[in-house]
Design a protein around this ligand. Structure first.
Ligand code: ADP
Ligand code: ADP
Length: 230
């Protein structure tokens, strides 16, 4: 029932910086999992392993119980199912208009034009950006870009959505909206993994929490156990 798991994974960046150090964890199907940790703890590096952008130097990553191999077909399939939303939407958005941005992934899945359109319209609707359809992405506000990045992943209909700091740089109302939106996704059976520095959010929202530091796990459990002094 773990949808994603890592076993003893280690990874160093080319300049020698330690990214992950012998990390093992599991993401249960359908749950809301928070990865908490300071800047540089290895959260983003872990996420890049979850959808196969990075390959561990040691250890293994598993999706639905299968060890990930790094051939093209396995990776293409994995990226359909594991959607990654970067912290900074400018790293993710590359198309001229919102419609193009949202249709890119579904078109790549080989869906018909009608089916793509249906997915794009639905993704815009649930993220509240329908009125932005024709807008050039470079003219959007930061909060709007964040929604477009989320909608682009939703249009792929992944099983797992991984959010790197979904509330970073948003005002409290924007953050609140994203969180309640995530709540709706899990109600539909989607597994969510979120990185945050926000201890209160982890406490209130997560089903399960991992605390990372220096590329490894330093604590894990349900919030009421992990934050006993709260
Ligand atoms: P972390 O160490 O947690 O990754 P950073 O300070 O490196 O955080 O910033 C994360 C990302 O947010 C960077 O890519 C940066 O470009 C972006 N960013 C920083 N400030 C702003 C801002 N005011 N509005 C939008 N994006 C920002
Ligand atoms: P987090 O997401 O928790 O802020 P990261 O996974 O981004 O942590 O970073 C883990 C470590 O890897 C940090 O020491 C960071 O500086 C380093 N790091 C991240 N990206 C790179 C890179 N492209 N090259 C070298 N070091 C990196």
């Amino acid at each position: 029932e773990a949808i994603l798991a890592t076993k003893d994974i280690s990874f160093n960046y080319p300049d020698g910086t330690k990214g992950l150090d012998d990390l093992s964890l599991t993401i249960p199907q359908g749950e809301k999992v928070v990865i908490l940790g300071p800047n540089g703890a290895g959260k983003s590096t872990l996420f890049l392993h979850f959808n196969g952008i990075l390959e561990p130097e040691q250890g293994s990553v598993f999706f639905e119980g299968q060890r990930i191999s790094y051939d093209k077909q396995t990776l293409t399939n994995l990226r359909k199912k594991v959607g990654l939303i970067f912290q900074d939407p400018d790293e993710q958005l590359f198309s001229a208009s919102v419609y193009q941005e949202l249709s890119f992934g579904p078109l790549n899945l080989g869906l018909s034009k009608a089916k793509v359109k249906q997915r794009v319209i639905e993704a815009m609707k649930v993220t509240g950006i329908s009125e932005l359809e024709e807008k050039p992405t470079h003219l959007l506000s930061y909060g709007q870009k964040k929604r477009v990045a989320i909608a682009a992943v939703l249009a792929m209909k992944p099983k797992v959505i991984i959010f790197d700091e979904p509330t970073a740089w948003l005002d409290p109302q924007g953050a609140e909206e994203i969180i309640s939106f995530l709540e709706e996704l899990t109600a539909n059976g989607i597994t969510i993994v979120m990185a945050t520095h926000d201890v209160d959010l982890a406490y209130k929202w997560a089903d399960y929490v991992y605390i990372m530091n220096q590329g490894t796990k330093i604590a894990s459990g349900i919030p009421s156990d992990v934050f006993q002094n709260k």
